[in-house]
Design a protein around this ligand. Structure first.
Ligand SMILES: Nc1ncnc2c1ncn2[C@@H]1O[C@H](COP(=O)(O)OP(=O)(O)OP(=O)(O)O)[C@@H](O)[C@H]1O
Ligand SMILES: [Mg+2]
Length: 290
């Protein structure tokens, strides 16, 4: 990383600092310099929780990701847009360890090299991912689904004797409120609406208190009402968590976004506020030209 990048990162950190509660395990910013960080601990003192540089991935010679570089500040809610096939989902596959890139760097904070970790380890490090299709346990209640989310880190034997402790019970209550399902706590998940199932799945991720949440097309298939509630949910999560949201729904993006990154052909085409990127000729061309 060059000194320039450090400065840009520090600037961004300053902008977001008011809302940032991401864990800084190494002390405050001034304490970070000249100090050795604990291996594997999340260090966001340089102003970024996620950092990708010059990442490349080919599938049978097709360059799905082609020189992708971007970074995200702690507590930021970053929106990613781009035409079909731009590489948005593949980027999330790379961050979560599902796909290994051919080259490039992918860091969580400034010390954790994600390319050295597998999928379960990356989840354990604090990166939660929401796929497009809800994957809740339909036969179980809302409460049981959330409870189960805490058990997944444990072994089978530990899960069988698992009981929520007081802190976990409080956390479950908080999450229920956040995802707007307090009134549905005993309902079977299979009877929830599509939007409620999506919220429940986000709740299951929140039970593990992820530092970074990756959400791929979260409002696809939702009603307008559910989409609005989801926008409120994400705005409430911003600051407490860092979020990367991929969406095609521009009015949703308009409601939640600060900075929007436009991906095209596997790299960043443009970045800025939504009005800025929408006015960009290159962006107009890729959206209209296909
Ligand atoms: N495992 C794979 N094998 C072969 N090609 C793949 C694989 N995964 C993705 N691709 C290709 O890489 C390109 C990028 O796909 P990706 O799913 O990341 O796009 P996207 O931006 O998420 O698109 P959409 O908006 O339609 O979801 C596409 O052309 C896709 O066909
Ligand atoms: Mg996709």
């Amino acid at each position: 990383m060059t000194p320039d990048l450090f400065e840009q990162g520090a600037e961004r950190l300053a902008t977001h600092q008011a809302r940032v509660v991401a864990e800084v395990t190494s002390g405050d910013r001034s304490a970070s310099f000249g100090r050795i960080h604990e291996a594997g601990s999340l260090d966001v003192t340089h102003g970024r929780i996620l950092y990708l540089e010059d990442v490349h991935v080919s599938f049978d010679g097709f360059k799905a990701i082609n020189g992708l570089s971007l970074d995200i500040a702690p507590g930021e809610l970053r929106c990613i847009i781009g035409p079909n096939g731009a590489g948005k989902t593949t980027m999330m596959d790379i961050i979560t360890g599902k796909t290994k890139p051919d080259s490039g760097q992918v860091f969580f904070g400034s010390t954790i090299d994600l390319l050295r970790h597998n999928e379960p380890e990356i989840a354990q490090l604090g990166i939660g991912r929401k796929f497009q299709k809800p994957t809740v346990f339909e036969q179980l209640s809302v409460f049981e689904n959330l409870e189960l989310a805490l058990k997944t880190h444990k072994g089978v034997a530990a899960s069988m004797f698992f009981k929520l402790n007081g802190t976990q019970r409080d956390r479950l209550g908080e999450v229920l409120k956040t995802i707007n399902l307090e009134d549905s706590v005993s309902r079977q998940a299979g009877n929830l609406s599509h939007g409620q199932k999506q919220w429940l799945e986000i709740g299951m991720l929140l039970m593990q208190d992820p530092k970074l949440l990756l959400l791929d097309e979260p409002v696809a298939g939702m009603t307008d009402y559910e989409t609005e509630r989801t926008a409120e949910l994400f705005l409430a999560l911003k600051g407490k968590h860092s979020l990367m949201v991929v969406e095609h729904d521009m009015s949703f993006i308009n409601t939640i976004s600060d900075i929007v990154t436009v991906l095209c052909d596997g790299s960043v085409l443009a970045q800025g506020t939504l009005p800025q990127v929408q006015a960009d000729e290159r962006v107009i061309e890729v959206y209209l030209g296909r």
